[in-house]
Write a protein that binds this ligand. Structure first.
Ligand SMILES: NC(=O)c1ccc[n+]([C@@H]2O[C@H](COP(=O)([O-])OP(=O)(O)OC[C@H]3O[C@@H](n4cnc5c(N)ncnc54)[C@H](O)[C@@H]3O)[C@@H](O)[C@H]2O)c1
Length: 252
């Protein structure tokens, strides 16, 4: 992505919150939002990566260790965000984990609960805390990072696929619940994007996943950030409750 494709004032005066924004797709969204004028708050559980992000962006970024699966942590952090920045316009729900690789019957209830609490309940908790502030503005954008696995239900990835299907279903309801408020809610459904998260996948799964992408490669972080930030922008105005494919043709 060259600088000439960036719009330096696209997010001027916008306050954005990105969960899971310390690395990978969330971090790519943070970087682009900042480059295009937003003040960004980043919540993540990885303190070292949060510090690196904060050091790079200086006053444009506030970072905080927040576990999105913990309701009290989310509520406290949201109160701090509003106190510090005065409002919230944009929410990107990027925090997520892959969870166990294996057949569903070998997944322990504890493993299942952890994936659900982070990928689905966490997204609900953060969206729930953010929504009154977005509605108060009369303008807002929520972008939920789902996955192409929401539709596919890949072998050995049941908990992850179930949570991502849940994210797509929740996005549809959120979009309709908020219709008419000025707040639009959409999801993206990536296939393989080149991030650290891929290291949590088995070599066998990775090879099979790549072979199913018609464009024949993983997506880039810039490609993910381009779609996510478009969904955060004024230019996205007639889409809500939708899941946007980001899979090199695999998911369509
Ligand atoms: N990379 C891909 O190919 C791909 C494909 C489809 C969907 N996704 C989704 O994109 C999102 C981002 O994934 P990524 O590939 O950038 O991975 P990543 O591991 O680089 O980023 C995920 C971030 O979420 C944070 N996180 C994990 N648990 C958290 C919690 N409880 N509270 C707050 N933060 C937490 C991690 O510390 C990390 O910084 C995830 O929701 C993932 O499921 C990724």
């Amino acid at each position: 992505m060259t600088d000439s494709t960036h719009l330096p004032t696209r997010f001027a005066n916008r306050i954005a919150l990105v969960t899971g924004g310390a690395s990978g797709i969330g971090r790519a969204a943070v970087d682009r939002l900042v480059r295009e004028g937003a003040a960004v708050v980043v919540w993540d559980i990885d303190k070292a990566k949060l510090d690196a992000c904060g050091a790079l962006h200086g006053h444009s970024v506030l970072t905080r260790v927040v576990d999105v699966s913990q309701a009290a942590d989310v509520e406290n952090a949201m109160a701090e965000l509003i106190e510090a920045r005065g409002k919230l316009d944009i929410l990107v729900n990027g925090a997520g984990i892959v969870g166990p690789n294996g057949p569903f019957w070998e997944t322990s209830p504890e493993q299942w609960d952890r994936v659900v609490r982070i990928n689905l309940t966490g997204l609900f908790l953060v969206s729930r805390a953010a929504t009154p502030h977005l509605v108060r503005n009369g303008w807002g954008r929520i972008v939920n990072i789902a996955s192409v696995t929401a539709n596919e239900g890949p072998k050995n990835l049941g908990p992850y696929a179930a949570t991502k299907a849940g994210v797509v279903g929740l996005t549809k309801s959120m979009g309709k619940d908020l219709a008419g408020t000025g707040v639009l809610v959409n999801a993206v459904t990536p296939a393989l994007i080149a991030t650290d998260l891929l290291q949590q996948l088995s070599a066998e799964y990775l090879a099979a996943a790549l072979s199913r992408i018609p464009l024949g490669r993983a997506g880039t972080l810039d490609e993910a950030a381009a779609l996510i930030t478009w969904l955060c922008s004024d230019e996205c105005s007639f889409s809500t409750g939708a899941a946007f494919d980001l899979s090199g043709g695999r998911g369509v």
